[in-house]
Design a protein around this ligand. Structure first.
Ligand code: GLU
Length: 479
C-alpha cells in the first residue's frame, strides 16, 4: 500500500488514474493474464456529445457524456450526473467504479455513467426538462439506452424528476416496447419506480457501517467497543445519500456530531438532527447559524477534521487527500460518495491503523435497489402483489391452529406482527440488507485470507476482478 501515491499534479483530472491505480494494485493478488486484466480495466465505449438549447434569445451548447465501461454483462448500469465539474475523466472513472460495484454485490450489470456539464441551479425546470429529454434522444440515436442495453439512474444533481423525463422520452420513442420502463431506474413510484429506492444508497451505507463496527476483533484494533450505540459520526453532504445515511445511522443508535455542506459545516458533540438542519436551511438559505450547533465553520473542509469516530464523505470525489488526511480524527471512513479518498490518502490513513469502507461496496445499495426496480419493470408486477395476502392467510391459519392446540391466545398486537405479509418496501429493504451484509463478509474474508492484501478496497477489487474474469471465461472469450 505504501507504494500507492496520488498523481503529482492534483489540479489535473486524475480520477480515472486513481481508480486504475487501485485496480492495478489489487490485480497483483489475482492470477489473470495481462490481456484479460486490461480488458476489464479499460472503458469499452466513451460517447461524448454536444447539443444546443435555447436560453432566452441565445443558443447555449451543452457538453454531455455517456460511458459504458464494461460489457461483460448486459445491460450496463449507472447514474447520470449534472454538475459544472463533469468531465470525461470523471465520467470514465465513475463508470469503471459502477462495474466493480455491481460485481461486488452480485448485481448482473456492467458499469456505465453519464454526465451533463451544467449547474442545475442555474437553469429553470423547463430548461432542465429540455436538456434531459434532448440528452435522452441523443442516447437513443446511438443505441446508448434501453432495458437490455444501458440503464441510467440518478446521481449527483439528478433525481426522480429527471428519471421520469428520461422514461417518458424513451417510451415516446419506443411505442409498444413492452419492457420500455426498464430503460431507467430511480423513477417515482407513480411511474413504476420502487418503494425504498430513494433511501437505498444511504440505508446501504448505514448497514455497511453497522456491519463493520459489529466485528469485535476489528473494533479492538481501533480501540473501539462494538456496535453503533454512542458512536460519533460526521457526514459530509446532506443530499440524498448523506441525508438518508444520517437518518438510518440515528435509527441504529449512532450520534450525528457533524454535518458538512457546500456552504459551511456544523458541529455538536451531543448530536444534531438532519431534518432540523434542512428546515433551518429552508428558512435561512444556509446551514450556518443553526442554533443547535456548538461550532460552525465557514470553510466546509474544516468540518471533516473535527473529533468523531466515523467520517462519511457522501458528496463528491477527491475530498480526503494527502494534504488533509493527517488532520482527520475519525478512525473509520465510510465512503458514501464515489472516489472521496485518493490512493495516497488511503495509504496514509490505513498505515495509521484506520479502516476505509470503500465506495464500490459502501454505496452499492443504490444500484442494488435499482436492480430490484429493473426486475419489477421487466416482470410488470410489484413485489409482494401475488403473495402478500396468501402469506397472511397462511400465517393466520398457523396462529389459529397453534392457539387451538395450546388453548392460549396471542394479544392483538402479537397476532398483527405474526400474521402480516411483507410489503414491497419490506422486501426491498430485506434484499438490500442481505446484499450489504453478505458482501461485507465476502470482502473481509478476502482481506483476512491473504496477509499481503492491505485494505478492504484491495479486497473488494480482488473480489470483483475475479467475478468479472469468470464472466469473460464463461463467454469463452478467454480460455
Ligand atoms: N448513481 C448511483 C451510483 O453511483 C446509482 C446507480 C444506479 O442505480 O444505477 O451507484
Amino acid at each position: 500500500m505504501a507504494t500507492l501515491k496520488s498523481k503529482a499534479n492534483p489540479l489535473e483530472p486524475h480520477f480515472f488514474d486513481d481508480v486504475s491505480q487501485f485496480f492495478d494494485h489489487a490485480a497483483q493478488f489475482t492470477s489473470h493474464s495481462h490481456g484479460l486484466l486490461d480488458q476489464i480495466k479499460v472503458c469499452n465505449s466513451v460517447y461524448r456529445f454536444r447539443f444546443p438549447i435555447r436560453r432566452g434569445d441565445n443558443i447555449e451548447v451543452v457538453d454531455a457524456w455517456r460511458v459504458e465501461h464494461s460489457h461483460h454483462k448486459s445491460p450496463t448500469k449507472g447514474g447520470i450526473r449534472y454538475s459544472e465539474m463533469v468531465n470525461e475523466d470523471e465520467v470514465m472513472a465513475l463508470a469503471a467504479l459502477m462495474t466493480y460495484k455491481c460485481a461486488i454485490v452480485n448485481v448482473p450489470f456492467g458499469g456505465a455513467k453519464g454526465g451533463i456539464k451544467i449547474n442545475p441551479k442555474n437553469y429553470s425546470v423547463a430548461e432542465l426538462e429540455t436538456i434531459t429529454r434532448r440528452y435522452t434522444v441523443e442516447l437513443i440515436k446511438k443505441n446508448f439506452i434501453g432495458p437490455g442495453i444501458d440503464v441510467p439512474a440518478p446521481d449527483y444533481g439528478t433525481g426522480e424528476r429527471e428519471m421520469s423525463w428520461i422514461a417518458d422520452t424513451y417510451l415516446t420513442m419506443n411505442p409498444g416496447q413492452l419492457d420500455a420502463l426498464g430503460s431507467v431506474t430511480g423513477k417515482p413510484i407513480s411511474l413504476h419506480g420502487i418503494d425504498g429506492r430513494r433511501a437505498a444508497t444511504g440505508r446501504g451505507v448505514a448497514i455497511a457501517i453497522r456491519e463493520c463496527v459489529d466485528i469485535a476483533e476489528d473494533m479492538e484494533e481501533l480501540g473501539f467497543s462494538t456496535g453503533l450505540e454512542g458512536k460519533r459520526v460526521i457526514v459530509q453532504g446532506l443530499g440524498n445519500v448523506g441525508y438518508h445515511t444520517a437518518k438510518v445511522l440515528i435509527e441504529f443508535g449512532a450520534t450525528i456530531v457533524g454535518i458538512c455542506e457546500y456552504d459551511g459545516a456544523l458541529y455538536n458533540p451531543d448530536g444534531m438532527d438532519p431534518d432540523e438542519i434542512i428546515e433551518h436551511r429552508k428558512n435561512n438559505g444556509t446551514i450556518l447559524g443553526f442554533k443547535k450547533a456548538q461550532k460552525e465553520f465557514r470553510l466546509p473542509a474544516e468540518g471533516l477534521e473535527q473529533d468523531c469516530d466515523i467520517l462519511v464523505p457522501a458528496a463528491l470525489e477527491n475530498q480526503i487527500t494527502e494534504e488533509n488526511v493527517g488532520r482527520i480524527k475519525a478512525k473509520i471512513i465510510a465512503e458514501g460518495a464515489n472516489g472521496p479518498t485518493t490512493p495516497g490518502a488511503e495509504a496514509i490513513f490505513v498505515e495509521k491503523g484506520g479502516i476505509i469502507i470503500p465506495d464500490m461496496y459502501c454505496n452499492a445499495g443504490g444500484v442494488t435497489v435499482s436492480y430490484f426496480e429493473w426486475l419489477k419493470n421487466l416482470s410488470h408486477v410489484a413485489f409482494g402483489r401475488m403473495d402478500k395476502r396468501y402469506e397472511e392467510l397462511a400465517n393466520l391459519n398457523l396462529v389459529n391452529t397453534v392457539e387451538s392446540i395450546t388453548g392460549q391466545s396471542l394479544s392483538a398486537a402479537q397476532r398483527k406482527t405474526i400474521i402480516k405479509g411483507a410489503s414491497e418496501l419490506e422486501l426491498v429493504n430485506s434484499g438490500l440488507e442481505d446484499t450489504m451484509i453478505r458482501s461485507y463478509h465476502e470482502i473481509r474474508e478476502i482481506l483476512k485470507g491473504n496477509r499481503k492484501i492491505d485494505t478492504l478496497r484491495t479486497a473488494a477489487f480482488v473480489s470483483s476482478i475475479d467475478k468479472i474474469a469468470v464472466s469473460y471465461q464463461n463467454m469463452g472469450i478467454w480460455p
